[in-house]
Ligand binder design. Structure first.
Ligand SMILES: *Cc1c(COP(=O)(O)O)cnc(C)c1O
Length: 354
């Protein structure tokens, strides 16, 4: 079985070895040391300055998305959300549930987010932009430089869910004036699911987090940040995943995150070239290096099923209205060009009889 999914993904042998070990007790100076190093390496990998704060939540990515919203904003704010698929929709759902006012820029499947589209939202008094840098449901990578510029000229905070972009696409916290960057363990980090992280700018921490009643015990950033000054979390974390993370961050540091981006890019580009040569169609909007969507209307579901049942190759199906239209093929984790050759051959064979 081989996973071409977006999380969990094919894990590396060293990670699997770590995940099989006895867990240590965590209220110790040794574990604190590891956590402080996790923070330092994570910030370094996203280009965040030392004064930025980091929280490690034992939650899936959605937990960190919700935590970011409730720790930074209130009913007195008005937020702008890019809703280009199910992850954009999730930010809207979070704001609706917590009664935080918001507007959406809705992108139907296939549309590209342009500067012109953003300019229509100029001067509307929004306090922040919430965006999933890579909208994983469609595979679209938004233009972070353009969005950052939009936030600067409108004096807005920038909240970036980079869960599926981290490791795959360029992220630079400081260069793009990001205020909260949201990450998670099960995508390009290729770890077990269960740890999500937020990197928070000093200005967001001082102007918002310290002054906002989050209304949550478990997800309160103030508590998490206070604990992290000594390398601890307020509650028992997923200790094992934090150890997996420590190993992986050291490995990413020695490889270089830009090199990691580049390798994923060349894998994705080579695969897309071959796909198109074989007559498959991919969307025209800008794509993340994390995955390749393939347009297979109306046979997407059958393609997914046949790859899984007959070849043991697991790609990522879509839900809802896109279920029959598109499959997504991940480039995250322990996957190699050889695996894509096998996948391509299987896709061609299956297509003949669809
Ligand atoms: C995977 C992902 C999440 C997190 O989803 P969970 O199932 O809660 O882990 C959030 N945002 C994006 C863009 C993602 O790709």
């Amino acid at each position: 079985m081989k996973l071409f999914t977006v999380g969990p993904v094919e894990m590396f042998p060293e990670t699997l070895e770590i995940s099989g070990r006895q867990l240590p007790y965590f209220r110790t100076p040794e574990f604190s040391e590891i956590m402080l190093e996790n923070e330092r390496l994570l910030k370094e990998s996203v280009g965040a300055p030392t004064e930025a704060k980091t929280v490690f939540l034992t939650a899936s990515g959605t937990g960190a998305m919700e935590a970011a919203v409730i720790n930074c904003f209130t009913e007195a704010d008005k937020l702008l959300i890019i809703n280009g698929g199910s992850f954009g929709q999730r930010f809207s759902d979070i704001c609706r549930i917590h009664r935080i006012p918001y507007d959406e820029i809705k992108l139907p499947f296939g549309d590209t987010l342009t500067a012109k589209r953003m300019a229509e939202a100029d001067g509307q008094g929004y306090s922040a932009l919430l965006v999933n840098l890579h909208e994983t449901s469609a595979g679209q990578l938004y233009d972070i430089a353009m969005l950052s510029e939009f936030c600067q000229r409108n004096h807005m905070y920038l909240i970036v869910d980079a869960i599926s972009a981290y490791g795959a696409d360029e992220i630079d916290f400081e260069k793009y004036n990001v205020d909260v960057l949201i990450l998670s363990s099960q995508k390009a980090l290729a770890l077990s699911p269960g740890i999500s992280m937020a990197v928070i700018s000093a200005r967001m921490y001082e102007e918002r987090v310290l002054k906002t009643d989050s209304g949550s015990l478990y997800l309160d950033f103030k508590e998490h940040i206070a604990n992290m000054t000594r390398g601890q979390t307020p509650f028992t974390p997923a200790v094992g995943i934090l150890l997996e993370l420590h190993h992986r961050l050291k490995q990413i540091q020695s490889q270089g995150i830009l090199q990691m981006n580049k390798e994923m890019q060349s894998l994705a580009e080579r695969f897309r070239e071959q796909l198109q040569q074989k007559g498959f169609t991919i969307p025209a909007y800008p794509l993340s290096n994390a995955l390749t969507p393939v347009l297979l209307k109306p046979h997407a579901r059958e393609m997914y099923e046949a790859l899984k049942e007959e070849y043991g190759l697991i790609v990522t199906p879509n839900g809802g209205s896109l279920a029959d239209t598109v499959i997504r093929i991940g480039h995250l984790g322990n996957v190699k060009w050889q695996d894509y050759e096998e996948l391509l051959a299987a896709m061609v064979q299956i297509r003949e009889r669809l």
